[in-house]
Write a protein that binds this ligand. Structure first.
Ligand SMILES: [Zn+2]
Length: 355
């Protein structure tokens, strides 16, 4: 009791800090005016955007730093996704990615497998069988856990050779991100031959947001231009992969820059959707990283004061945002495994009928 009183006293006099970090973002980006609303029609095109490790706390910290506006928070439908995996309360990106991509809970570290070890087809596979073009654009390696959940079936997310082989054989039309070093020369030739857009931008991960300029928004724009040519529509997965890395490092400025970079990519999709309204956009996360809390700041000045409580993932449910065709279904609090069936329903793709 005495100790508690002492700590309270020290806090009151500012002698004990709670180790929060302050960040002031120098240049706020404009958001897209009049974002796309909710439509009832069949979604011809699907854009699924995953902020790795991006909890609601990361979004609202970035919102403050961007002077009280984000494309993400302007989307008309919001919900929450429960992130527990088949094996743990706190998921990793492999099990989280598998839940989102394949609609089944997985064991941490495993990709595209049920807990019993059966391979499950991902959204990308179902969409391809329905005649749609498919693409992935990420800022870590294209063989990293989240993208790999859309094409690989392996017991270890670290089995990079098996994951690289699965990607080469997958039939994606667009592959963009880091990870050039994960492929042999022959595999790169095969990818180049099979893809309409192949961009391996770095040997490993892409540069951090503070150094890579407009790579993500520009590459998403390029991917949309390539994929929109398919008569049957397309499925594109975009990952803001490095929000997670910055949050693991408890680096608040870099975490904010990564979320803002991801938000600018969301803006590119919203702008494109004005001309292509037969599209569903879903923005979510696989889990929250760093146990971030927002403690203060000033939106007029783009300033935030926030505190990380762990170097690992946390267990909170993460936000889901949606706009466009079929977006109304993405509200409420749902298991992360409900995203894939809802996306297939919005696109009117029946996974059983097209097999
Ligand atoms: Zn992580």
């Amino acid at each position: 009791m005495k100790k508690a009183i002492l700590v309270c006293g020290l806090l009151a006099f500012g002698l004990v800090s709670c180790a929060s970090q302050k960040y002031e973002h120098a240049r706020a980006h404009e958001i897209k005016e009049a974002p796309v609303g909710v439509r009832q029609q069949k979604a011809r095109n699907i854009v699924l955007m995953i902020g790795d490790g991006m909890g609601a706390e990361h979004v609202w910290t970035a919102w403050l730093c961007n002077k009280g506006k984000l494309n993400i928070t302007a989307l008309p439908v919001t919900g929450f996704s429960i992130t527990t995996s088949a094996s743990h309360t706190i998921t990793d990106s492999a099990a989280g990615g598998t839940a989102i991509a394949c609609g089944c809970k997985a064991i941490n570290g495993q990709l595209g497998l049920t807990p019993e070890g059966n391979a499950v087809d991902s959204l990308a596979v179902h969409m391809r069988r329905a005649g749609k073009a498919t693409g992935i654009v990420v800022t870590k390696s294209v063989t990293d856990a989240t993208p790999a959940a859309f094409y690989a079936h392996v017991e270890s997310r670290h089995d990079t050779p098996a994951i690289a082989k699965a990607l080469v054989e997958s039939g994606f039309d667009v592959v963009a991100g880091g990870g050039e070093g994960d492929f042999s020369e022959k595999q790169k030739e095969m990818l180049a031959r099979n893809c309409k857009l192949l961009e391996l931008a770095a040997p490993g991960e892409c540069e951090p947001a503070g150094k890579r300029g407009d790579w993500l928004p520009q590459t998403v724009a390029k991917a949309l231009r390539v994929l929109e040519k398919d008569a049957d529509g397309f499925f594109l997965m975009v990952e803001g992969s490095k929000i997670d890395i910055a949050a693991h490092a408890n680096d608040l400025p870099e975490a904010v820059r990564e979320v803002l970079d991801f938000d600018r990519a969301v803006g590119v999709v919203l702008e494109w959707m004005k001309l292509h309204p037969d599209t569903l956009l879903v923005v979510t996360a696989d889990h929250q990283t760093g146990g971030l809390s927002l403690l203060g700041g000033k939106k007029e000045e783009g300033k935030a004061d926030a505190h990380f409580s762990t170097y690992r993932h946390s267990g909170v449910a993460v936000p889901v945002y949606a706009a466009g065709c079929g977006a109304a279904a993405f509200t409420g609090v749902r298991e992360n495994t409900q995203l894939a069936p809802e996306i297939l329903r919005a696109a009117q793709v029946n996974p059983r009928a097209v097999q």
